[in-house]
Design a protein around this ligand. Structure first.
Ligand SMILES: [Zn+2]
Length: 47
């Protein structure tokens, strides 16, 4: 199973409503603010 950890804040994510596909992987977010931050600067959170 895919780990659902918000890459921006490090929290476990319960739902799958907020996702971004980046580099062939799905990333999940606890809220829209974290998703926006990730989408703005994905390299910062995918290393
Ligand atoms: Zn978050």
């Amino acid at each position: 199973m895919e780990k659902m950890i918000d890459p921006v804040c490090g929290m476990k994510v319960k739902g799958k409503e907020l996702t971004s596909l980046y580099g062939g992987k799905n990333y999940y977010f606890c809220n829209s603010h974290c998703k926006e931050e990730f989408d703005r600067n994905p390299l910062k959170y995918t290393r």
